[in-house]
Write a protein that binds this ligand. Structure first.
Ligand SMILES: C[S@@+](CC[C@H](N)C(=O)[O-])C[C@H]1O[C@@H](n2cnc3c(N)ncnc32)[C@H](O)[C@@H]1O
Length: 186
């Protein structure tokens, strides 16, 4: 954990526009982010895993490593993730390429990539994820704001319904977790 923090802080200083957090997410946040994952069917993708807080929680939910693919832009984090999580597929690729990695019928996406107030990334990441998601699949997103990280207009454009999974106070700073699903059309 101390090693994770040191690595995280070092990369945050080197790449502040990408890491965009002061510390790795807490175990309590990771549990909230992965709630209900046991019921997911098919491949699971984690976007922006950093030092692996959510990865640990995904595997603790009983997801087989072979079902899990990580997409992380930071090469240094990828090296550590490959070492720490044998059997998990670690891709040093941007989350924007989720529809181009050969996966279909994805059961769930767990996302640590900051998307708040970044409509271009919302379209490119969240929109692309739902193109390769199975019916009933979900996209869970962390944010540090009490409001949903994807605006009403963008949810409408992407055809998404939003569920608030609540605040996790045991995180620095306190985190908010939202889950998105394809909205029912009938
Ligand atoms: C706020 S940190 C979260 C790390 C980890 N999920 C956690 O909660 O402790 C954001 C992570 O997303 C990665 N990242 C940022 N933009 C990305 C992108 N477009 N594609 C993939 N990873 C990205 C950063 O390198 C960083 O590891």
């Amino acid at each position: 954990m101390v090693r994770d923090l040191a690595l995280f802080l070092g990369e945050m200083i080197r790449h502040p526009g990408e890491v965009v957090a002061l510390a790795p997410s807490s175990a309590a946040t990771a549990r909230r982010m992965t709630e209900g994952l046991e019921a997911a069917v098919g491949p699971i993708v984690e976007l922006g895993p950093g030092t692996g807080s959510f990865t640990r929680a995904i595997l603790a939910r009983g997801i087989a490593p072979e079902r899990l693919t990580l997409m992380e832009m930071n090469a240094r984090f990828c090296e550590e993730l490959t070492h720490a999580f044998p059997g998990v597929t670690v891709l040093n690729r941007p989350a924007q390429e989720i529809a181009e990695i050969g996966l279909a019928d994805i059961g769930a996406v767990i996302c640590g990539v900051p998307v708040l107030a970044r409509p271009k990334i919302q379209r490119e990441v969240v929109g692309a994820a739902f193109r390769v998601m199975r019916p009933g699949g979900f996209f869970t997103q962390i944010t540090y704001s009490p409001r949903p990280p994807i605006s009403v207009e963008m949810r409408h454009e992407l055809g998404l319904a939003c569920e608030d999974l609540g605040t996790v106070w045991a995180n620095f700073p306190p985190a908010q977790v939202f889950r998105f699903r394809a909205a029912r059309t009938h």
